[in-house]
Ligand binder design. Structure first.
Ligand code: CP3
Length: 360
C-alpha cells in the first residue's frame, strides 16, 4: 500500500479537523465530539432504511453505508462520522458463515474451538472488502471539510470471543478455556485475527479515513496480567502495522479501568475511557502524551436536561483536568455506545452543549 497517498485531504499540516487536532496535541477550533453507535437504531431515518434491508446487506452496499454514516452527521453536527459497518464484517468477507441478529448481535454458524477449526479459517483478501473501500470514498466525497471520518475494526480478543462462543456471552467460558488451556491454538487464532484486522483497517486507510478506532469491547473481562500475556502482543501488532499511515489510532474497551495502562502500552495515540473512570484519573493510569476520549454515561441522556447539563459540564471539566495532567487533548464521547431508545434530539442538544463549552 502507499501510505497516505490516497488520503483525499492530505491535510496533514493545515488540517481543519478538530478531532485530529485534539488527538495530536494541536489546538482544535472546538472541543470535538462524536458518539459510538451514533449511526443506527436511535435514528428513525436509519430504521426506515433497515426496514427493507438486512444488516449485513446494508454493510456491503456502498451507497447504503454512505447514507447511514452521514445521517448522524447531518442531524447532530458531530465532529466525526464513524463508518457504518460492524466488527464481524471482515470475518463475513473472509467467508466465515455468520449473521447479525437484531437485538442479539453477531451469531456464528459453526463456532471455532479446536486446532483444526483455527487452521481451517480463511484469510481476508482485500477484494472481499472492496465495497467498504468504495463506501469510504463515497463518504469522503460528501463529508464537510471539518468532519473527520473514523474507520474501525474489532480487536483480536473481541473478535475471538464471538468466533469461539458463537455469539454474545456473559462469562466468555469457551474463550477463556481455550486461552488458558491451549495457548498454542489461542495464539494461532489471535494471530490470524490480527492479520484480518490489519487488512480491514488498511483497506479503510488506503481509501482515506482520517482516524481509526480499534474496539476491544470485551477485553475488560481479563486481568491486566492475562491481557498482557494473551492479548497485548496481537493488538500491538495491529497498531504497529498501521502506524506508517500517520493517522490517529484510538483504542477502546468497556470496563477497562484496570487495563488502561496495558491498553496504552500496545501503542494507540488516543485511549477511550468508559464512564467508570474519570478522565483525569484515566490520565494518571495512562501516563502523559496520549489524548483521551470519553466518557459520558450513555444512560445520562435519559435523565433530563438538568442532569445532562451537569454531567456534560463534569466530563468537560474532567477533560480539562486530564489535559492539565498531561493528556494532549480531549475528544468528547459517551462511555459506550448510544442506546437504541435514546431521543435523537437529546443527542443534538448535547452536541450543542459540548461545543458551547470553553476550550482548555
Ligand atoms: O455508529 C457506529 O458506531 C458505527 C457502526 C457500528 C456498528 N457496530 C453497527 C451496528 C460499530 C462501530 C459497531 C461495532 C461493534 N459491533 C462492536 C464494538 C463497539 C461496541 O459497541 O463495543 C461490537 C461489540 C459489535 C458487535 C455487535 N453488532 C453488537 C453487540 C450488536 C448489537 C446487537 C443489538 O442489536 O443490540 C451488533 C449489531 C449492530 N451493529 C447494529 C448496528 C447499528 C444493530 C443492528 C440493527 O440495526 O439491527
Amino acid at each position: 500500500h502507499e501510505s497516505g497517498a490516497h488520503n483525499r485531504r492530505s491535510r496533514s499540516h493545515s488540517s481543519p479537523l478538530s478531532l485530529v487536532a485534539a488527538a495530536t496535541g494541536r489546538k482544535p477550533s472546538r472541543r470535538p465530539v462524536w458518539f459510538m453507535r451514533q449511526a443506527g437504531r436511535s435514528l428513525p431515518e436509519y430504521r426506515a432504511i433497515r426496514a427493507d434491508h438486512g444488516m449485513l446487506e446494508a454493510c456491503f452496499d456502498p451507497a447504503m453505508v454512505c447514507e447511514i454514516t452521514l445521517q448522524p452527521v447531518r442531524r447532530h453536527d458531530v465532529d466525526a462520522a464513524i463508518l457504518f459497518s460492524d466488527i464481524v464484517v471482515p470475518l463475513r468477507a473472509a467467508g466465515i458463515d455468520l449473521d447479525i441478529v437484531a437485538g442479539t448481535g453477531p451469531v456464528i454458524a459453526r463456532p471455532v474451538r479446536t486446532t483444526g477449526d483455527v487452521a481451517a479459517l480463511p484469510r481476508l483478501e482485500p477484494a472481499g472488502v472492496g465495497a467498504i473501500g468504495k463506501a469510504v470514498e463515497l463518504i469522503l466525497a460528501e463529508l464537510a471539510e471539518r468532519t473527520a471520518l473514523i474507520g474501525f475494526a474489532g480487536a483480536p480478543f473481541t473478535l475471538a470471543s464471538y468466533l469461539i462462543e458463537g455469539g454474545p456471552s456473559r462469562t466468555y467460558t469457551h474463550t477463556k478455556a481455550l486461552m488458558y488451556g491451549d495457548p498454542v491454538t489461542w495464539n494461532a487464532l489471535m494471530g490470524h485475527l490480527a492479520d484480518i484486522t490489519i487488512e480491514f483497517l488498511r483497506v479503510q486507510l488506503d481509501a482515506g479515513v482520517d482516524a481509526v478506532q480499534l474496539f476491544d469491547s470485551w477485553a475488560g473481562q481479563l486481568s491486566p496480567a492475562d491481557y498482557r500475556h494473551y492479548v497485548a502482543p496481537h493488538s500491538a501488532r495491529v497498531f504497529a502495522e498501521i502506524a506508517d499511515y500517520g493517522v490517529p489510532r484510538i483504542h477502546f474497551g468497556v470496563g477497562t479501568g484496570e487495563l488502561l495502562p496495558a491498553m496504552t502500552e500496545v501503542g494507540p495515540d488516543v485511549i477511550g475511557v468508559d464512564w467508570r473512570v474519570p478522565l483525569d484519573e484515566a490520565v494518571r493510569r495512562v501516563g502523559p502524551g496520549k489524548a483521551v476520549q470519553g466518557n459520558l454515561d450513555p444512560t445520562v441522556l435519559f435523565a433530563g436536561s438538568d442532569v445532562i447539563e451537569r454531567e456534560v459540564r463534569r466530563v468537560v471539566d474532567d477533560g480539562d483536568r486530564a489535559i492539565a495532567a498531561g493528556a494532549v487533548g480531549h475528544i468528547f464521547n459517551l462511555g459506550h455506545g448510544v442506546l437504541p431508545t435514546t431521543d435523537p434530539d437529546t443527542l443534538t442538544r448535547t452536541v450543542e452543549l459540548i461545543h458551547s463549552a470553553d476550550l482548555p
